[in-house]
Design a protein around this ligand. Sequence first.
Ligand code: PG9
Length: 601
Amino acid sequence: MANDQVDAYDWVRPQADYVRREVMVPMRDGTKLFTVIVYRKGTSDGPILLSRTPYNAGRATSRNRSQKIEEILPVMDKEFVNDGYIRVYQDVRGLDGSQGDYVMNRPLRGPLNPTKVDHATDAYDTIDWLVKNVTVSNGRVGIIGSSYLGFTSLMALIDPHPALKASVPQSPMVDGWMGDDWFHNGAFRTFGYDYDLSQTVAKGGGSVPRGSGEDYAAYLKAGSAYDYARTYGLLDIPAIRKVLEHPSYDAWWQGQAVDKLLAARPLSVPTMLVVGQWDQEDSYGAPAVYKALEPKDTNNDMVSLVIGPWRHSQVNYEARSLGALDWEGDTGLQFRTRWMKPFLDCHLKTDAPACDTPPVLTYATGTNRWEVSQEWPGGAYTPLYLAGDFGLSWSKPEAGEDSYVSDPAKPVPMLPRPIHMSGEEWRTWLVQDQRFAESRTDVLSYSTSALAQPVHIKGAPKVDLHAFTSGEDSDFVVKLIDVYPEEYSEKPQMAGYQLPMGIEIFRGRYVHGFATPAPLEPGKSYNFKWSLPNIDHVFLPGHRIMVQVQSSLFPLYDRNPQGWAPSIMKAQPQDYQKATETVQRGGEAASAVWLPVVQDD
Ligand code: PG9
């Protein structure tokens, strides 16, 4: 309900314990953005906590239409509004109540955005208006949010308003090509299609109009990503057209990478970066920004990194469990109350307590406890080599190789079929038991024997794969897996469970550089290098460490045709060919996964 007649409107609820005000806040170009301000009655001198969202600010602030403040707001807001905070949600331009045009991940003003406005100026103008007009505030503002809201929380740090005193970007979208929503190391993620549709065309209009059929079957039948978009009428959606036009890491993607934009500017706002260890959407962004900003943080007190045992955005919800896994209590609530709120309090409150923010906070899965570190990665990189007889070895083994046939007509599924990339299935797919994949002939599985000692890793495991293909292009997927003991009376349903500790893909054509795709020479050995997501995990005694290698992960990632196609997204039926993939081990071509091993006392 973009509304230019009424600029401010209060919910009239005499019995309510809160004030809820809707305001059209003017930006520098005259566009007005729909903004909801909520606080407990009687609040004064309160810090402002702002979120800028594409997900409907009005809905976020009227959850149960209750008289109680904590009932109308998202769960994570409770502790804040009960402690004198003023909570503000704003629709980004062009969506829901806000005026203006919507651009998916609107780039910063400059070569990719010829206008005078972007998320940095909109955040600046909003903060300026808030501190001048919200009379019950103390003039100090923090910005927070997950995913798209994490992205807007980071964009506010570019030439920030002086009243912006802290930021908590959670699972922010930072680089949509390198490892966040749209591509991972060059492989296209079809998941974005449903999302892009609901964001841009029919806000509230639902997802791709193809009925309730299975995703695996629908994507396979359609052909390439372009064919899928044509089949279902998605080609007019600006965001989809853009990704189809930019399959490689060109200037368009590079110019939007928020870690690079921030690295080029001074570090002036304390920032707590948060991500889930099994974040199925934006696992790349938070650690990438941490890595870019940490060198500027000379006192180790401006940028901190938090990794919890969570799926995407679970930090803001109940987080006692994820799929088959259970934690010691509600880890989302623990983090928010023990570390996140104190971080915001110390930067935002009047007469604030001194800050005591850990530089790095992680939840060590396996031992299931929070750990503080001074730096990240926290371990020393140690190779775990692929070895003969499908073993893994801490020392370099004899030379050898293993092969499999990868058939694009029968890609390896990401989950046991039928697959629907939505709801709980989507949210937990990264912790799915991998036994269904181990038994396929196009998946290689290497494993240690049962561990005698725990192996604790803190950081992003690095894949160092030596391989060749009989085709002209190939994807490689590597999974690091914690295999539970075959007998496990402690939790019988977990006996033998193959828990992925990281699943990541690399598109072979980018072996010479992400901006320079080139065909692979059939039979020539290449060294493919990429990283798995950042984790803190203890492989316990009795467990085994496993590494699986395969060449597809469908339908989340579009199929590599394996014949050469200039853009895989527009591959033709004849480009899809079977290929034999050979993984080398030992000797000169010693494939390994490098683990950031911590020596615990
Ligand atoms: N990561 C989300 C997203 C997916 C696809 C496109 C744009 C954003 C999000 O949850 O906001």
